[in-house]
Ligand binder design. Sequence first.
Ligand SMILES: Nc1ncnc2c1ncn2[C@@H]1O[C@H](COP(=O)(O)OP(=O)(O)OP(=O)(O)O)[C@@H](O)[C@H]1O
Length: 588
Amino acid sequence: MNRLSILQLLSYATTYRSQIWGAIANSILNTVFDLAPPYLIGVAIDVVVNEENSLIAQFGITSVTGQLAVLSLLTLLIWSLESLTEYLYSRLWQNLAQTLQHELRIDAYSHLQELELNYFEDRSTGMLLSVLNDDINQLERFLNFGAHNILHFLTTVLFVGTTFIALAPGVSWWAMVPIPFVIWGSMVFQSKLEPRYADVREKSGLISSRLANNLSGIATIKSFTAEAYERDRVTLESEAYRRSNGRAIALSAAFVPLIRILILVGFTTTLFLGGVAVANGNLSAGTYGFLVFIIQRLLWPFTDLSELMDEYQRAMASVRRVMGLLDIPISIPHGDRSLSVEIVQGEVKFEDITFAYNGRKPVLKDLSLQVPAGATIGIVGVTGSGKSTLVKLLLRFYEVQTGCILIDGIDIRDVNLFDLRRCIGWVSQDVFLFHGTVAENIRYGSFDATNEQVIHAAKLAEAHTFIEQLPQGYDTIVGERGQKLSGGQRQRLAIARAILKDPPVLILDEATSAVDNETEAAIQRSLTKITQNRTTIAIAHRLSTIRHADCIYVMDQGQIVEQGTHEELLTQTGVYAGLWRVQSGDYK
Ligand SMILES: Nc1ncnc2c1ncn2[C@@H]1O[C@H](COP(=O)(O)OP(=O)(O)OP(=O)(O)O)[C@@H](O)[C@H]1O
């Protein structure tokens, strides 16, 4: 899984090959320039000790002053190049990190949008937010400098190690002794740390979930004066996160000191054996000074290695969560047939459908129902009888288990999902408005509608008058979920946006339940106009809303138990007639 996640991540980078090569080259060059000072000091000592026999003298500069001048110029040049390459690699790597995190976030979000409703019902918004935000940010932090640090480590070890072996083969192997132990230790450390960081990410998701849930339910918390109770619950989650991080810290903090001890052994051995070699005349003083200096450069990067591993594991725990999300298959696939809104007549047929939500008993059983194109039907029934589920199946939010749903005689499973949903206007039971202005929310029905069309739709939905009375009219911000509006006002905006969409099939699920009788009557008059030449499925508890429908279906426990016009149903002494009597105040 680890390797797979990394490969998936790398596949994002393949389009930026030239940038990556540029960043790699600058990282390597920068490390080489960064390593130069000890070499330059070595050469300086060589100049003052060996004078005209020095290394530089071999290039024809015999005077010590001349050699030192060349050395100074070289130092200036190398330091300038180090600064330049540092600027370049920082910029390239950080920009790449930005691009990757951006693409990954957009891909993860796009994929998430495609997943079926079941997926969201089983997960909390906060948890998903933590993946899309925290986890991707965690990865971004690693990508900013992680790749450079890895290259810096490898180049340093390779460069310094080679010099070491070349200059003092007899001493160098002592310095190398700790290296295999360090690598082995790092691997053990990595495997132990992996589950701990996975747990940290999970706890972070849980706390996000709790916070998101509480913030959206803040009014309920206040009304129940449950602040202390909720603070305790948040404290528990936060405490769990702290403990989980504590477990990871206990391991990661211990590692660097342990590695350092191993490295110290290598360092002191070189110090001792090298000194003995100088005393015996087997090694020059200049080389010895250089070796003692450079060995730190060889061994200390191994302490950085452990920190690098730590950052890597943290980032990988996040990558796995993001990739896990991208790997979730889309279980409601698009059909192959396209369906143009302009040519859809709007005939809707449910044929023997049976449907049960995940792991529950069937909500709809062998239900059949036909709505001729352009007709208006009403659906009534006790709460929980499956009315909303029926229309959600038409929108293909869920798949039927048996039977089929047809639009203009075509099985909706064969139709492109977007085309299908473009044909249907849905005013849901619980209206959701987006944070933004009134006009933006209505325009959700048709993004390129003119202001006049928006106002016209609002007028038809009996919303224009109240909108005009809002502080900034159509530019008034409705707040998150439209919380700055009343329930009835939200419903009317939802109707307006469905009208603006102008779909061949209109679904009104308790669309006027929150408005007063007078407003409802006004909306009904508008709807009579709107529903002409359009198939309409209206679900209502208030029977007056659907009494003029071409056919009314009465549902009970997932089945249709009565059907007919209002007048026909009244003549039967069934459920509908009973309901009508209660609602019209006739209790006889
Ligand atoms: N997402 C879901 N997951 C699991 N069960 C669900 C889900 N949505 C609804 N149900 C269950 O399905 C049944 C039918 O619900 P549905 O919303 O279709 O009823 P309804 O007739 O529209 O009710 P109401 O008149 O109260 O709106 C209910 O028992 C409900 O608990």
